[in-house]
Design a protein around this ligand. Structure first.
Ligand code: ATP
Length: 355
């Protein structure tokens, strides 16, 4: 049975603003779903609707086959981990982790057993007597996770749980969350605006744009076959290079002088794209583009070259190239690049759909 089903779910706020027009999503048991999108796209609204913290103004929300639209958060069998962890400052780690169970009238012995088991799993055994202020950011994050886990919920909800941690800890906690979720097999809905976090955590991603799911799929589906230029630009770092172009009988026309031959039935205005990692340095006679180099970012394992194109009417358009390993091209010199057709992405400029 599907675990969580959103059927034509919508949200219009009291002031009349429609944050989610209509959303359909079926989450399978044990699946890790990440909601991702830019600020204000409706991620938190959607998560809070599932949590019961925000009313649902249209459609049905089913958890384990039961409609829960009207149910209180506590009766939905879900546990939420917030961005700010929301720990009780005056309570110990043990107190924070046991609070939910105590409220439900669970016996002391069962609480102790559960809290100790979860604390062991999270490496918190030594910290049970401490107060939240006596913990590091990563430890607090673990306590917030632990508090959700002891309740043994059907569904975990995460609202940007790693955004207060430094970059290194974020990577570590991201791996821990993924491993724990696999081990527990708990269905998870996770919100982030960070596409790398989204890609590394998700079984499936939902890319939201203005409250609408632009695409739902595995990280590799979205990377290899983005459905729209919005998804193409959002997934992948640095972003895909995207250009307005025309598709004619001669191929993709980026300018009057620049044609990339491609047999394709479609004609008319398109958005043409290629990822920075799919451009290759070639000799001048084999090149599709000449890029004037404006900036070079050397990251050791890779080099990012930022420049502007020198061809016809695309002249002056920015392009980014991602090269494996160290490179040291001279600023203001030209880089000759080829864009292999197997890596092109083509979208209808009007419908914004992938062709
Ligand atoms: P962020 O990444 O910045 O947290 P988000 O994707 O989580 O953004 P939401 O917080 O879900 O976005 O907000 C979605 C839209 O709904 C925004 O345009 C926001 O201004 C609007 N919104 C949020 N809460 C309310 C409210 N109580 N009343 C009216 N509009 C609201």
């Amino acid at each position: 049975m599907s675990d969580v089903v959103l059927k034509n779910i919508g949200k219009t706020y009291l002031n009349g603003f429609c944050a989610i027009p209509s959303m359909d999503l079926t989450i399978e048991e044990g699946e890790f779903i990440v909601l991702v999108g830019p600020s204000g796209c409706g991620k938190s609204t959607l998560l809070r609707m599932v949590a019961g913290l925000e009313s649902i103004t249209q459609g049905d929300l089913l958890i384990k086959g039961n409609k829960v639209n009207e149910k209180e958060p506590a009766d939905r069998d879900i546990a939420m981990v917030f961005q700010n962890y929301a720990l009780y400052p005056h309570m110990s780690v043990y107190g924070n982790m046991s609070y939910g169970l105590k409220n439900r009238g669970t016996s002391k012995a069962v609480i102790a057993e559960k809290v100790n088991a979860v604390a062991t799993m999270l490496g918190l055994e030594e910290l049970l007597e401490r107060k939240p202020r006596e913990l590091s950011g990563g430890q607090r994050q673990r306590v917030a996770m632990g508090r959700a886990m002891v309740r043994d919920p059907k569904v975990f909800l995460f609202d940007e749980p790693l955004s207060n941690l430094d970059a290194k800890l974020r990577v570590q906690m991201r791996m821990e969350i993924r491993q724990l979720q696999r081990k527990l097999g708990t269905t998870t809905l996770y919100v982030t605006h960070d596409q790398v976090e989204a890609m590394t955590l998700a079984d499936r991603l939902v890319v939201l744009n203005k409250g609408v799911a632009e695409q739902i799929g595995t990280p590799m589906d979205l990377y290899n076959k983005p459905a729209t230029p919005f998804v193409a630009a959002f997934i992948g770092s640095p972003s895909m290079n995207l250009f307005d172009a025309n598709l004619t009988e001669k191929g993709v026309s980026l300018s009057e002088s620049l044609y990339l031959p491609l047999p394709h039935a479609h004609r008319g205005s398109i958005v043409w794209g290629i990822r920075p990692e799919h451009l290759a340095i070639v000799d001048e006679q084999d090149a599709d583009f000449a890029l004037e180099i404006l900036a070079v970012e050397s990251l050791g394992a890779e080099t990012l070259v930022h420049g502007v194109l020198k061809d016809g009417s695309v002249q002056g358009k920015a392009m980014v190239v991602r090269l494996a390993g160290p490179h040291n091209p001279e600023l203001n010199s030209l880089l000759w690049l080829s864009a292999p057709a197997t890596h092109w992405h083509i979208f209808d400029a009007i419908t914004q759909q992938r062709l």
